[in-house]
Design a protein around this ligand. Structure first.
Ligand code: WQD
Length: 345
């Protein structure tokens, strides 16, 4: 059985779907602070399998101790956390408490229970504004905001935890920790039943595009067209959320069979840079739907361009992205069109 914290979220639901389809038993722990239990109903509908769901917080050691005592958990995938860069600048302590402290408590309870296989939801924001692209895991990490700093701090704590194995006198099971650095997750399961469901005004590009297309927003503001990029707009490495989910299952398999021990940072990206206008044009051309936009000022904190060198994921996990840009825009649109109000529908 795999414990998935934050399993009702955007990446969590897609990963639970892949886990169930791969034959794993799944236990989801979620406090639904930024997600809906309805999303887990949809996962069960897609897979025709059931998962166990516990409503609670990953920062609750007593609850975690109970779960590890009462269920045959072999590994943990830890998604639970906050993820909005701008918000992290406004309420940094909440981000350190939720993102860093939850992982500290979880790791302590795992250690007590003798569970040493962990997949952690990290982020490409640990790189900050890169000098060089594409980004490899060996490149400097210099996050430019509290959100990215919480992710890097967790990575460093988990590196120290894995390194402590070498000094332990009795470690029946070595720590195996995959620190998965996501680039820009977009898209949705092809069923259109699960997808990204941001609360309030979307921070990210794709949900904003789909809300304009479905008529919920008037137009898209393109944050700057004077960057040093081919068309002047920001370039990112967009990765289909199903590819991201597959990467989690493949990492988990290599932890469980001890092919990966210690703590390994791994980029999950396509290796392709796509601009804002590329994304808008691909969306309108593939979906035959208008996305009115205007060029607006740059957004504070944005960088011109970043995208992954995903070769370590291929070498270590046998993973590479399979979905194309047209898959991303058509799958995102199917989810939004079928669920104009997200799970609230
Ligand atoms: C992408 C591009 C914007 C919105 C963030 C987080 C990162 C990760 C993914 C958690 C940029 C442009 C956007 C809009 C626009 N999340 N844009 N108009 O900033 O690359 O990364 O989300 O891990 O941590 O930092 O993603 O989707 O916000 O922006 O023009 O209304 O789209 O300027 O070039 P970003 P994004």
């Amino acid at each position: 059985m795999i414990l998935v914290t934050g399993g009702a979220g955007y990446i969590g639901t897609h990963t639970c779907t892949e886990l169930l389809n791969s034959g794993y038993d799944v236990l989801v722990l979620d406090n639904y602070s930024n997600s809906s239990p309805l999303a887990l109903d949809r996962v069960e509908r897609i897979t025709q399998k059931t998962l166990i769901r516990i409503e609670g917080d990953a920062r609750d050691p007593d609850l975690l101790d109970q779960l590890f005592a009462n269920y045959p958990i072999k590994a943990v995938i830890h998604f639970a956390g906050f993820k909005a860069v701008g918000e992290s600048c406004q309420i940094p302590l909440a981000y350190y408490h939720n993102n860093f402290y939850s992982t500290l408590v979880l790791s302590q309870c795992m250690q007590k229970a003798g569970i040493t296989k962990l997949v952690f939801s990290s982020s490409a924001t640990v790189y900050g504004d890169p000098e060089v692209v594409p980004l490899t895991e060996a490149m400097p990490t210099n996050p430019a905001n509290p959100y990215g700093r919480t992710k890097l701090m967790v990575e460093q704590m988990l590196q120290d935890l894995a390194a402590s194995d070498a000094l332990a006198t009795d470690n029946p099971q070595p720590w195996g920790i995959a620190l998965l650095r996501y680039f820009n997750p977009v898209g949705a399961h092809q069923s259109g039943l699960i997808g990204e469901d941001p609360s309030g005004i979307p921070n990210n590009l794709m949900p904003f595009i789909t809300q304009v297309a479905v008529g919920k927003r008037d137009q898209l503001d393109v944050f700057g067209d004077d960057y040093d990029t081919p068309d002047g707009t920001g370039v990112r490495d967009y990765i289909h959320v199903v590819d991201l989910a597959r990467g989690h299952v493949m990492a988990l398999e290599r932890l469980l069979d001890d092919q990966i021990t210690g703590a390994e940072a791994i980029n999950l990206g396509t290796g392709l840079g796509v601009s804002v206008l590329d994304m808008v044009n691909s969306f309108t051309n593939n979906n035959s739907v208008a996305v009115p936009y205007q060029i607006a000022d740059r957004r504070a904190g944005d960088v011109a361009s970043y995208y992954a060198d995903p070769s370590k994921a291929f070498d270590m996990l046998g993973w590479s992205a399979e979905h194309t840009l047209s898959d991303m825009v058509t799958d995102s649109w199917r989810w939004q069109k079928n669920n104009p109000e997200g799970y609230a529908d």
